[in-house]
Each structure stands twice: as structure tokens, then as C-alpha cells.
Design a protein around this ligand. Structure first.
Ligand SMILES: Cc1cc2nc3c(=O)[nH]c(=O)nc-3n(C[C@H](O)[C@H](O)[C@H](O)COP(=O)(O)OP(=O)(O)OC[C@H]3O[C@@H](n4cnc5c(N)ncnc54)[C@H](O)[C@@H]3O)c2cc1C
Length: 524
């Protein structure tokens, strides 16, 4: 109607906060605000969706609704497709403006956003999409990427608006009450996660406080050990994935913290290492943004078609159930299933074992892990999966030997004992490889390999086979040319230099052993 201010719709996605939320800030300045979260059934039925993601998100939404109420705004939880919501908004308001953050999601969300963009264009609705990460849309090469990341992270955060006017008629768009959110049945994977991290900004802030006040001092040196990383890692990942904390506010807070400990080398080293991870967060998401088919297609053309996908492969099922017969692998899978979290090194080992040690295609294992990670972030997940399974064809091949990983990162066997109780009674050496328990001792320990715990697949020759195979395929002139194209598109300048260094290292280590256990796991 003439004279009326245009309704400003704020579409919350994976940015469930009011602080440093530029779309909300802008909308509140421009007119009456309608904050909405769309619960799209089709999205929750994709094969990478799971109950734990929804429950975490639902807790974040309850927290967000409370924060919005403090500004005088409702949170509308719409159940239905985004296109149906847009039609309903058009019917109710005639004209409106749409605000959101840019999202680098899975193929489903990518296609949905394309459809929303087309709808907005057809209906002359402006859709303002702000950046929340250091990811650049439409980027063709990585020069200057690092500089722009710094600029974005150094820019002032958007304060939450003190008050905002709610749009009339918001009740029409609110389908699901906050109390019903968590129990909503959306048809996703139902694996329970009894020890999942709680969602919501308050939980995220509490984690951050404890990290910078005391836990973070031991960050460096704890990352590879699954028990220590649980305690001394930041554990912020689901909060960054669902945006209860903005990456920029964490980066800025971190920089203030670094100034507080100038003379404590342990704090300095830890906070420096942590800063790199925040940079990698966007560096990896940029890869999926630039190459969205990384989600479902082997990145390097020379390595495609090597293995068949088989969702019923017995070795895949055993791996998914934590029943491979390799104790550290099974402990990791069972722990991940129950808690929704695992440290970087053990994630890398799980996918490396599935693809090299068990000879599986990476795609089914990737989907399984996506469903188990509460912090599932497609832009980190798929590039990491491809890298750790050797599918990028450009990174040094890292094949993690679970026996060596157990020696290095579970030195007392406590992690295995906790998650694989069948092995608790065995002395340390055999707890790591129970199949080797001498026949003479089996009766003494009341343990029969194959009866009390599965016998493993012969994973060392299998891994050697795949590793050799990948090296051969990468070596042809055509494959080398394809590698250069991929590097030009997806590697940052500094990452490329690092890669060259690590390639030289890997040549010499290859001469020593074919089953290299890389110590450079966290480089790109
Ligand atoms: C196969 C595989 C799949 C992965 N999938 C995901 C995923 O879906 N979601 C996810 O958030 N992380 C993923 N990671 C990266 C990493 O393992 C987790 O971010 C980390 O374990 C989360 O714990 P934290 O928050 O305590 O991390 P911290 O070590 O405290 O790091 C802080 C933040 O930096 C980012 N970060 C840390 N390590 C990396 C990395 N190597 N690459 C990119 N960003 C990083 C994360 O946002 C993390 O929360 C994956 C790693 C592998 C090997």
C-alpha cells in the first residue's frame, strides 16, 4: 500500500544468531522485519541429513527466538519449501525484500538457492545476500584471496539492532511452535547421539570462554590424540557450521586474546595454530564454492571410475558399524556415532582406512561421516574427504596406518578400551591388534579372535595396492596437466608453495616405505 514501509524478510539459514548478522542489521534499518527459518522437508531427506543435525539446529533456533524476542521480533518457523514461502509472502505483502547470508551448501541447497534467485528475478523481489565467511562467489583464481580474507575478518562486526519493528501478519508464517521443534519428524537418518554437544549461542559462547580462559593453552600438542583433542580442542565446529558464532567475531576475539599472553610460548603457539584453522575453514569452503561437483564426483579426472560404489558392501557395513576388527578404527566410529564429534586426525584416518585399507569408493563413507558429524559443513567435508582419500590427485598421498596411529595417539590404549570394551582385558599390544594374540594365551584371557571380536580385512596390502595405483595414474603427462589446471583453480598461492614442499618430502619418504604414515596431515 502507498506510504507503507516495505516488509524486510530475514531468511535465517546457517547463521543462527543476531550478533554480527548483517542481513538482520540491514533489514531492521530498512523497514518492518519478518525473521523466518524454513524447515524444508526435502532438505532433511537428503542422504547427508541426520537427526543430530536437526536437533542441534532446533536448539539453536530456540536460543535465536529468545534473542530475537529481546529485539521485539518473533521467529517464524515455516514448514514447507522456500518457494512456497515466497509465494505466501507475495500473496500477503505484495512486495517485500529478502535478506540472507550467502551459503555454500550441498547440491540440494545450491539448487534451491538457484530456484530462489530465479523466483526473485521473475517477481521483481530484491534478494540481498551478505558474505559471512571469507568465501568469494564466482572466483576464478586464488590470487589475493588471503588478503581479502584478512580484510573481511578485520572489518567491524554488525551489532545486533537494539529494537526492530515486527511485520504485521507474521503469524501466517509460523507453523511450528518452539516447544515442538526438537521432536519434529523430518524423515532423516535416526541414529541417536546420546552425547551430542548442545546447540545455541549461549552454549557456543561458553565453549569459547573456556577455550580462551584455560583449555586453549594445551591446544597445540593435543590435536592428534582423540581424548586430549576432546578436552583441549575448541569444539566450536558445530557452532561455526550453524553460525551461532560468526567466524569474524571468533577471529577478532582471538586476536585480542593473543595480545594477553605475549610471554607465554605455550599460549602463543596454541593460539597461532588455532588461527590457522579459522583460515582453513574458509580456504576449504572456497574449494566447494568453486567446484561444487566435489560433493559427488572424484575431483581429478585421471582418478575417476577406479572403484564401484556399493552401499551394501560388507566391508562398508562393518566400517559403519565399528566392526572392522581394527580396534582404533572401530573405537573412532563408535565414539563418533555416540558423540557426534571426532578430532581431525581420527577423521582423516577413518576415511583413509575406508578408501585405502578397505578399498571402498569414497562417496558412501563420506555420506556416512556427514550424517555422524554434528558439525557437518559440506564445504569443509567434501574437500577433506577427497584430499584424505587421494582423490584430488594433487596433494601428497596420506595413508594412515591405524596401528601406528594407535601407538602415537592412544599410547595407553584408553580410548580403545573405552569404546571397544570387548578388548579391555587384553594387554596393550594385543588390544591394538587382537588378531595377533598367541594361541597359547587365548584361554588365559578368555578371548578368541573372530569369536569375541571380528578378524580384520588384510588392510596393509590393500592400502599398498591402492596407493601404488593412484601414483601410477597421477604420473601420466595428461594427468599432470590436469593437476596443474586444478591447482590453478583451487589451491591458494601459499597452499601451492606448501604443497610443493610436501611433495618433495613425500618422494623421499616413499623410498623408505610404501605405507607412509604422514606427519603432515593438517597441511593442505
Ligand atoms: C574427512 C574429514 C571431514 C571433515 N569434515 C568436517 C565437517 O564436516 N565440518 C567441520 O567443521 N570440520 C570438518 N573437518 C575438519 C576438522 O576435523 C574439524 O573442523 C575439527 O575436528 C572440529 O573440531 P574443533 O572445533 O575442536 O576444531 P579446532 O581445531 O578447534 O578448529 C577450530 C575451527 O577451525 C575449523 N577447522 C579446523 N580444522 C580444520 C581443517 N582441517 N580444515 C578446515 N577447517 C578446519 C573448524 O571450523 C573448527 O571448528 C573434517 C576433517 C576431515 C579429515
Amino acid at each position: 500500500m502507498p506510504g507503507d514501509r516495505i516488509v524486510q524478510v530475514v531468511w535465517f539459514k546457517r547463521d543462527l544468531r543476531i550478533h554480527d548478522h548483517q542481513p538482520l542489521h540491514q533489514a531492521a534499518a530498512d523497514g518492518p522485519v519478518l525473521p523466518v527459518f524454513a524447515i524444508e522437508p526435502a532438505q532433511w531427506q537428503t542422504p547427508d541429513s541426520a537427526l543430530r543435525h536437526w536437533q542441534f539446529a532446533a536448539e539453536c533456533l530456540v536460543d535465536l527466538a529468545e534473542a530475537l524476542a529481546g529485539l521485539g521480533l518473533p521467529l517464524c518457523c515455516w514448514q514447507g519449501s522456500m518457494l512456497a514461502l515466497l509465494e505466501a509472502l507475495k500473496t500477503r505483502y505484495g512486495h517485500f525484500v529478502l535478506h540472507s547470508h550467502q551459503e555454500t551448501g550441498n547440491a540440494w541447497s545450491h539448487a534451491r538457492d538457484d530456484a530462489v534467485a530465479a523466483w526473485c528475478q521473475t517477481n521483481a523481489v530484491s534478494w540481498h545476500q551478505a558474505r559471512q565467511h571469507g568465501v568469494i562467489r564466482g572466483l576464478t583464481q586464488r590470487q589475493q584471496w588471503e588478503t581479502q580474507w584478512e580484510t573481511l575478518m578485520a572489518a567491524a562486526t554488525s551489532p545486533a539492532p537494539p529494537r526492530a519493528d515486527p511485520a504485521d501478519g507474521w503469524e501466517n508464517f509460523h507453523h511450528v511452535s518452539l516447544t515442538a521443534l526438537t521432536a519434529l519428524s523430518l524423515g532423516h537418518d535416526q541414529t541417536p547421539c546420546p552425547q551430542r554437544q548442545p546447540g545455541g549461542r549461549q552454549a557456543g559462547r561458553a565453549l569459547w570462554r573456556s577455550f580462551v580462559q584455560h583449555r586453549g593453552r594445551r591446544y597445540r600438542g593435543s590435536l592428534s590424540n582423540p581424548l586430549l583433542a576432546w578436552e583441549y580442542g575448541s569444539r566450536l565446529s558445530p557452532h561455526l557450521a550453524w553460525g551461532t558464532l560468526s567466524l569474524r567475531e571468533v577471529v577478532q576475539s582471538l586476536r585480542r586474546q593473543r595480545q594477553k599472553h605475549p610471554n607465554d610460548p605455550r599460549w602463543s603457539a596454541s593460539l597461532k595454530a588455532f588461527t590457522s584453522r579459522l583460515y582453513w575453514h574458509c580456504h576449504f569452503i572456497q574449494k566447494l564454492e568453486s567446484q561444487p561437483d566435489m560433493e559427488y564426483r572424484t575431483l581429478h579426472p585421471a582418478l575417476r571410475g577406479l572403484r564401484e560404489r556399493d552401499p551394501q558392501h560388507p566391508r562398508l557395513l562393518a566400517w559403519q558399524q565399528g566392526q572392522t576388527g581394527v580396534p582404533l578404527v572401530d573405537a573412532c566410529m563408535r565414539s563418533l556415532s555416540a558423540t557426534g564429534w571426532l578430532n581431525f586426525r581420527m577423521r582423516a584416518m577413518l576415511i583413509s582406512f575406508a578408501t585405502f585399507g578397505l578399498g571402498l569408493h569414497w562417496r558412501e563413507p563420506a555420506l556416512h561421516l556427514a550424517r555422524l558429524f554434528t558439525d557437518y559443513e559440506p564445504g569443509i567435508h567434501y574437500p577433506q574427504i577427497q584430499m584424505q582419500s587421494g582423490a584430488t590427485g594433487t596433494n601428497a598421498l596420506r595413508v594412515y596406518n591405524p596401528l601406528k596411529q594407535a601407538e602415537d595417539n592412544d599410547p595407553n590404549g584408553d580410548f580403545i578400551a573405552h569404546w571397544v570394551p570387548e578388548l579391555t582385558a587384553l594387554p596393550l599390544d594385543w588390544r591394538r591388534k587382537p588378531w595377533a594374540l598367541p594361541t597359547s594365551l587365548r584361554q588365559h584371557f578368555g578371548f578368541q579372535p573372530g569369536r569375541d571380536y571380528p578378524l580384520p580385512h588384510d588392510f596393509e596390502p590393500e592400502a599398498r595396492h591402492w596407493k601404488d595405483c593412484l601414483y601410477q595414474l597421477r604420473r601420466t603427462p595428461q594427468a599432470r596437466q590436469q593437476s596443474q589446471v586444478l591447482l590453478g583453480k583451487l589451491a591458494s598461492q601459499s597452499a601451492t608453495k606448501g604443497r610443493r614442499r610436501s611433495s618433495r618430502r613425500s618422494v623421499s619418504s616413499r623410498q623408505l616405505t610404501l605405507f607412509v604414515d604422514s606427519t603432515h596431515a593438517e597441511e593442505d
